[in-house]
Design a protein around this ligand. Sequence first.
Ligand code: GLU
Length: 438
Amino acid sequence: MAGESLIPATETRLGMTTQTLTLEQETNPWEAQAARFDEAALRLNLDAGLTKVLRMPAREIIVHIPVSMDDGTVEVFTGYRVQHSVARGPGKGGIRYAPDVSLDEVRALASWMTWKCAVVNIPFGGAKGGVICNPKNMSQGELERMTRRYTASLIEFIGPEKDVPAPDMNTNEQTMAWIMDTYSMHMGQTMTSVVTGKPVNIGGSRGRREATGRGVSIVCDEALKYLGMTVEGCRVIVQGFGNVGMHSAHLLWEKGYTIIGIAEWDGALFNAEGLNIGKLVEWKTANGTIHGFPGGEAVDKAELLERECEILVPAATENVITSKNAERLRCKILCEGANGPTTTIADEILFDKKVFVIPDILANAGGVTTSYFEWVQDRMGYFWTESEVNQRLERIMVDSFADVVRYATEHKVNNRIAAYMLAIDRVAYTIKQRGIYA
Ligand code: GLU
């Protein structure tokens, strides 16, 4: 591809023509990532060569995975692993299983991992994986065989010093245990540090399961302090009650925040006085859904996001806040527990509405930060207490929040562009020092 075509016209790069995007363009995660990257790179005055290097992923792997299904048939699933950058350390990032996984989505998620790891200044690059499948319709046996064959297909590309996967949507500690075991069988020795987010008894870190939610709760505390607000009277609405949403809501609730609403894929709950999140966690664990919980009123899940609150936490998936609903949001703070929940058009609307955005690459970085701790502990063979893990996480999240808001003030940009600028600056500096090998 000619160099020029990689760099769009200045107006687009500054977001001035984003209003003309179709909804399909607006919700393409790769375009969303690229638009923010372009704007930050331009503001940093990033060298044209480095801009080209950092704009594209370093490696994209596509695998077709044959799996023996329980009914005796063979199914072939398509899987991806994208390594966006390994400049600052091994690739790092989760693997998701979902029917709508696409290469563009995995590319965007891999780039976000590079920026996220750089924002919190941990020695990893960025990567992401995904398999197109519907895990809700698959048995444990089918999931295990698919996971093992996917791992085997990637065997030469992953490893403790190459690329270290972790859980993401619809993957969990069990999935990581299978990956670790498959990799170890191929290597002829147990190698726990090939993945993070494992069960604690086979090299997982204490605190990893709650870490993304804990990070969300820490940056909410920091935002309140920064904006001169208090936990008392702070109403929160959380979208998503999976690993990120549930632990975010639970930890915020324990800290005294009033969680007035929870939205899930199959319905939403509202209680102006605050939901008892301890009881809601028990309900979801027992019933597999928040549906029917007696402590709140059932409301429309899309409309809930538009209710008045101090903090809105989208903690589910991409493209939740778009040109279609951003205007109607009534939160003061948007804390992005999910990756890519806000589109570029929505960013502009929220900026005009003076919503304080804690961008995904900062807000949800608690997960990968504790993954880093897990990798370090595995390599040492020495494991920390949960309070040691949490203290270290707290320090990194507090410092990173301060770095991003300082960058935003100094460069007169919003928090999202500040986070990208900080991250791109760190990665570009490393590449400059290492030089381009050609
Ligand atoms: N999937 C998580 C994320 O998007 C965690 C990644 C990791 O721990 O490597 O940040």
